[in-house]
Design a protein around this ligand. Structure first.
Ligand code: SF4
Ligand code: SF4
Length: 285
């Protein structure tokens, strides 16, 4: 079942159809074309590469439960859709928004272009529209507390060492597990069609690029390029086969699907704004 209701700014719930027909409050809280665009979910076509990082319970509940959408909560998803539409262009040596499939799955890859340094090879790119914090983590940047050598002279922390935040960079800690699976799956689609892929990468448009917080996070560009490692096909298949099986089992035996794990629910932060939180809580852990 799809998204069925909107939550208005006054927290009243209204059917999406009724909202789109006529706002009962006179002046709309947001433009109607925006509401129309974000009020519908994509048709269910099974697990796709872009679902990496979504837990089976989240995927399942969004298929079987009607749920409420907060229009403000989908602003960044809307921005991502617009970005994809803007960069969907065609050139003699470029493939964009290409619909791909094999015997297991379907997906749409953002961009494939010739590798100008390697004859007969191609570079695969995925566009993301992310906040600077997410980009910083994807680059493997993180902060640690280091002692300054000074001590608090008064207050509740008197005698304790003073610390300051120091940045560390470790590509091994880059938080890219979901895109690693997603982009490697696109690579496999293309390789199945005899394209040779020399490199896969993300082009991250930073939503808050150019402002102080992004600069403090060490991001001086508005678009950050992040290379994604090529991983073995067997690893990618195992990941998606497991997710597909878990979701299929959920349809067969409703109520038994496991809760999203720590990675899938961002350590619990995702649950706070999750659109299917209520039925998830009813299900228990
Ligand atoms: S336009 Fe906004 S306030 Fe009006 S019904 Fe729709 S969601 Fe509610
Ligand atoms: S509330 Fe949390 S655990 Fe439940 S479906 Fe949503 S993200 Fe997953």
């Amino acid at each position: 079942m799809p998204s069925k209701w909107f939550m208005c700014p006054n927290e009243e719930i209204i059917e999406i159809e009724k909202c789109l027909d006529k706002c009962p409050y006179g002046r709309r809280c947001l433009p109607r074309p925006y509401l129309e665009r974000i009020g519908y979910d994509r048709e269910w076509r099974g697990i796709t590469p872009s679902m990496a990082g979504n837990g089976p319970r989240l995927i399942h509940l969004k298929r079987v439960k009607d749920y409420v959408v907060k229009p403000q909560g989908r602003a960044f998803a809307f921005l991502g859709i617009q970005t994809h539409q803007q960069i969907s262009f065609h050139d003699f040596n470029v493939l964009t928004e290409e619909k791909l499939s094999d015997d297991k799955m379907k997906g749409i890859a953002d961009l494939l272009e010739v590798d100008e340094e390697r004859d007969g090879w191609y570079i695969l790119t995925d566009w993301k529209t992310w906040g600077s914090y997410r980009v910083m983590r994807a680059l493997g940047h993180y902060y640690v507390d280091v002692q300054t050598g000074e001590f608090f002279k008064s207050g509740p922390r008197k005698g304790k060492p003073k610390t300051k935040k120091e940045k560390r960079i470790d590509p091994a800690q880059a938080d890219i597990k979901d895109v690693k699976y997603q982009l490697n799956r696109y690579r496999m689609f293309y390789e199945g069609k005899k394209f040779r892929i020399s490199q896969i990468q993300m082009a991250c448009v930073i939503r808050d690029g150019g402002v102080r917080i992004a600069a403090e996070r060490g991001l001086s560009n508005n678009i950050e390029m992040i290379e994604i490692p090529i991983i073995p096909d067997v690893q990618v298949h195992l990941f998606y086969d497991t997710l597909t099986q878990e979701v299929e089992d959920a349809f067969q035996r409703p109520g038994t699907v496991r809760k999203c794990d720590d990675w899938e629910c961002w350590g619990g932060r995702r649950c706070e704004g999750c659109e299917v939180r209520e039925p998830c809580e009813e299900m228990g852990s």
